[in-house]
Design a protein. Structure first.
Length: 126
């Protein structure tokens, strides 16, 4: 569910052990509660607040069974989209990237470097 089939079983077992070792005080995402939290209300526009509006990077994978690619695109649009009027710094808009074969826990998965490179490319442009 959280990892792609490319991740070796020993790595999956290691991550599951680490998650089970949670101290009981650190919140862990309960995906059963997620439907109660979406859809989210719209963000205040920059005209409605004095806050700096930062661009956002939203990453998803085609093998993510928790948050699908469409939800990632919707999230990016909700946060400021990919349009020319979106939240920008140095003319870099918010961005949604979907990586083929990437599962939900992207930074722990076998294709983590692709996810990290996509984020790094975007961050260097900001």
């Amino acid at each position: 569910m959280f990892f792609s089939n490319e991740l070796p079983e020993r790595e999956v077992e290691r991550y599951v052990r680490l998650l089970k070792e949670n101290d009981g005080e650190t919140p862990v995402l309960d995906v059963r509660e997620l439907p109660k939290q979406v859809p989210l209300p719209a963000l205040a526009s920059s005209a409605d607040s004095n806050q700096v509006q930062w661009p956002w990077f939203v990453l998803g994978g085609t093998d993510d069974t928790i948050v699908d690619a469409e939800a990632c695109r919707e999230c990016a649009e909700w946060l400021g989209g990919n349009s020319s009027t979106s939240n920008k710094i140095n003319d870099v808009p918010s961005k949604s990237v979907t990586i083929e074969g990437l599962a939900h826990d992207s930074m722990l998965d076998a294709r983590w470097r692709e996810a990290a490179d996509a984020l790094l490319d975007w961050a260097e442009a900001v």
